[in-house]
Write a protein that binds this ligand. Structure first.
Ligand SMILES: Nc1ncnc2c1ncn2[C@@H]1O[C@H](COP(=O)(O)OP(=O)(O)O)[C@@H](O)[C@H]1O
Ligand SMILES: [Mg+2]
Length: 414
C-alpha cells in the first residue's frame, strides 16, 4: 500500500494536518496528483477551507500550539480510515502527524525527528553528541539563579530563547551582564529556558527534500534579519551563491543533521550561521519553512516543492531532481515604526512591477503597530522573481522604497 506507484490514483488519499492559507498549495498539488484530500483543520479555520478539500475533520488544536489536541484528532481520523499518506503542515502538526505515520507504517520524518524538531533543547543535546557546529548553550529551569548569571557572564553576549516557539518570538539578545540580569529577572518564571552564546556570521537556511534519509534535492537560502535584539526576518534569497568550500561544508552539515535527528522522509528546514569557525546551527525543523521559502524554491528551480512533499508523503515516484536554478527569487518583509497606521501607499505600483509575484499589506489604516519583536509585527510582504540576480536586487530596492506604511506614535498610551 505504501509502495511507490508511478501515478497515485483516484483511490489514494492524503490526510493533510493543517491547511490555513500557506498550506493551500499542498491541496492543489494533491488534487493534481489525483489524490483525495482529507484535512484536519483548526475549528476556527475549518469553514475557510471546506470548499477546497474533500473532507474536513475539525480539531481543537491551534496554530503554533496545543500539539496534543492536533495529535488526538489525527489519531482518531486515521483510526476511522487509513489514508495513503499523512502530512503535518507546520510546527504544531508535526508531532501528531509523526505519531500517526509511525503507527500506520506510512512515510514521514520519523517519530524522533519530529520530537526533536519541536524542542530546541533536544536539538542542542543531540547536536553536541554528534559534534555538529552550534553555539555553546545552557539549559536551565532557573534562569534567575546565580549559576545562570555565572555561565552567561563568561560567554556574553548571549541569547535567551524558549524551547518551542517560532518567528523569533521570545528570542532576545543580552549584550552584557546588566542586560542578562534584567532579562533573567523578567523571565524568571519561564521554565525551562535556553541560554546560548551569541554567534556571529551571515544567516542561511537549508531546505531539503529527503527520502529514506537521503537528500533528493536541497537549496540554500540567504537570510537577513533586523539583527539584535530580536532578529526578526526581513529578506530571504533562494539559491544563495556560496564559495564551493562553504557549499560543501553546508552539504556536510545537512547530512550530519539528518543523521543526528534520525530523519527519514519529508522536508527539512535547517537554519544556521556561517561563522569564522564554520557553520553553527540555529535550529532545525521537519516542517514547511515559513516566509514563502517554498514559493521561492519553486520559482527558483522550476519544480513545485509542495508537490514533491506530497509525493514523498504518499510514497509516489519523484521526477529527476532539478539541475540547478532557472531564476532568482526572494521574499521581503517590511517592519514599521510603532504607532497607529495612518496611510498605506504604493501597493499597486509594486504589484505592477514585472518581478513582483505577490505583495500585500498585513495591516490596515487605523491598526496599531507594536514594537517589532517577532514576525507577527511585520506590516507588509512581497515575493519576487527575476531572470538575473541584478534584476532581482533592483526589484527588491524598488519594492522597499515604494511600499509605504505611515504610522504616527499612538496617542496617550502611557
Ligand atoms: N545563539 C545565537 N547566536 C546568534 N543569533 C541567534 C542565536 N540564536 C538565535 N539567533 C537569532 O535569532 C533568530 C531566531 O532564533 P531561532 O532559534 O531560529 O528561533 P525561532 O524558532 O523563533 O526562529 C535566528 O534566526 C538568529 O537570527
Ligand atoms: Mg528560526
Amino acid at each position: 500500500m505504501t509502495g511507490r506507484e508511478e501515478n497515485p490514483t483516484g483511490d489514494g488519499e492524503l490526510l493533510l494536518v493543517g491547511v490555513g492559507f500557506m498550506g493551500r498549495p499542498y491541496v492543489a498539488a494533491a488534487k493534481r496528483l489525483g489524490l483525495r484530500v482529507r484535512a484536519v483543520e483548526a475549528h476556527d479555520w475549518a469553514h475557510m477551507i471546506e470548499h477546497l478539500v474533500d473532507e474536513v475533520v475539525p480539531s481543537q488544536g491551534k496554530y503554533g500550539a496545543l500539539d496534543e489536541l492536533w495529535a488526538e484528532t489525527v489519531h482518531a481520523a486515521v483510526e476511522a480510515r487509513r489514508p495513503t499518506g499523512i502530512f503535518g503542515f507546520t510546527e504544531s502538526h508535526v508531532l501528531g502527524a509523526a505519531l500517526a505515520q509511525d503507527r500506520a507504517g506510512l512515510p514521514g520524518p520519523s517519530f524522533q525527528a519530529a520530537v526533536i524538531s519541536r524542542n530546541k533543547a533536544l536539538q542542542r543535546g543531540r547536536f553536541r553528541t554528534h559534534g555538529i557546529g552550534q553555539p555553546e548553550f545552557l539549559l536551565t529551569d532557573d534562569v534567575a539563579a546565580p549559576a545562570a548569571a555565572e555561565w552567561a557572564g563568561t560567554r556574553l553576549p548571549v541569547v535567551l530563547k524558549p524551547l518551542s516557539s517560532a518567528g523569533s518570538d521570545g528570542v532576545e539578545l543580552a549584550p552584557d551582564a546588566a542586560a542578562f540580569a534584567a532579562a533573567a529577572a523578567r523571565r524568571a518564571s519561564e521554565r525551562p529556558i535556553l541560554v546560548e552564546q551569541a554567534v556571529e556570521g551571515p544567516e542561511y537556511s537549508w531546505e531539503a527534500l529527503v527520502r529514506d534519509g537521503e537528500v533528493w534535492f536541497a537549496n540554500v537560502t540567504a537570510k537577513t534579519t533586523t539583527g539584535a535584539p530580536h532578529f526578526v526576518e526581513l529578506e530571504h534569497r533562494a539559491a544563495a551563491p556560496l564559495p564551493p568550500a562553504d557549499a560543501e561544508r553546508v552539504a556536510a552539515l545537512g547530512r550530519a543533521v539528518l543523521d543526528a535527528i534520525g530523519m527519514r522522509t519529508g522536508i527539512v528546514h535547517l537554519e544556521f550561521r556561517l561563522t569564522s569557525e564554520g557553520p553553527a546551527v540555529m535550529e532545525v525543523a521537519v516542517r514547511t519553512p515559513g516566509d514563502y521559502i517554498m514559493e521561492l524554491c519553486s520559482l527558483t528551480y522550476g519544480i513545485d516543492w509542495f508537490e514533491m512533499v506530497v509525493r514523498l508523503a504518499v510514497g509516489a515516484e519523484l521526477p529527476a531532481p532539478p539541475e540547478g536554478p532557472v531564476r532568482h527569487a526572494a521574499s521581503l518583509f517590511v517592519v514599521s515604526d510603532p504607532g497607529e497606521v495612518v496611510a498605506l501607499d504604493g501597493l499597486d505600483e509594486v504589484r505592477a512591477h514585472p518581478a513582483v509575484v505577490d505583495a500585500a499589506f498585513r495591516v490596515s489604516v487605523g491598526d496599531t503597530v507594536g514594537r517589532t519583536s517577532s514576525s507577527l509585527q511585520r506590516t507588509a510582504y512581497a515575493v519576487l522573481a527575476a531572470d538575473s540576480a541584478e534584476e532581482l536586487e533592483e526589484a527588491i530596492a524598488f519594492t522597499r522604497r515604494t511600499l509605504s506604511i505611515k504610522t504616527v506614535p499612538a496617542a496617550t498610551e502611557e
